[in-house]
Design a protein around this ligand. Structure first.
Ligand code: ZN
Length: 92
């Protein structure tokens, strides 16, 4: 049987992220359009670090982030989970 792939963050994760973003960025406005309505991306980004260009290495060191998305212009702001203390337990 193929294990079911998780296709979105849990409500608990989204709530934790929302609370942290509100705490860190209480007066958030989009740097592009100045809109103040954002949503949280429904999954994490995991940006793989590259040490030898132009090779592409996947599966090594990375910077896991959460994205918040401007509801007006679509600008995506990524925030490193480790820095904002939201790294999931299995990645610490
Ligand atoms: Zn915007």
């Amino acid at each position: 049987m193929i294990p079911q792939q998780q296709t979105s963050l849990s409500e608990q994760e989204l709530l934790r992220i929302m609370q942290k973003m509100n705490e860190l960025l209480p007066n958030l406005s989009c740097p592009m359009c100045k809109n103040s309505d954002f949503v949280i991306a429904e999954g994490y980004f995991n940006n793989p670090l590259q040490f030898k260009l132009p090779d592409l290495s996947i599966g090594g060191r990375s910077i896991p982030t959460i994205g918040i998305i401007c509801q007006n212009c679509g600008f995506v702001s990524q925030h490193a989970l480790k820095t904002i203390n939201l790294l999931p337990q299995n990645l610490k």
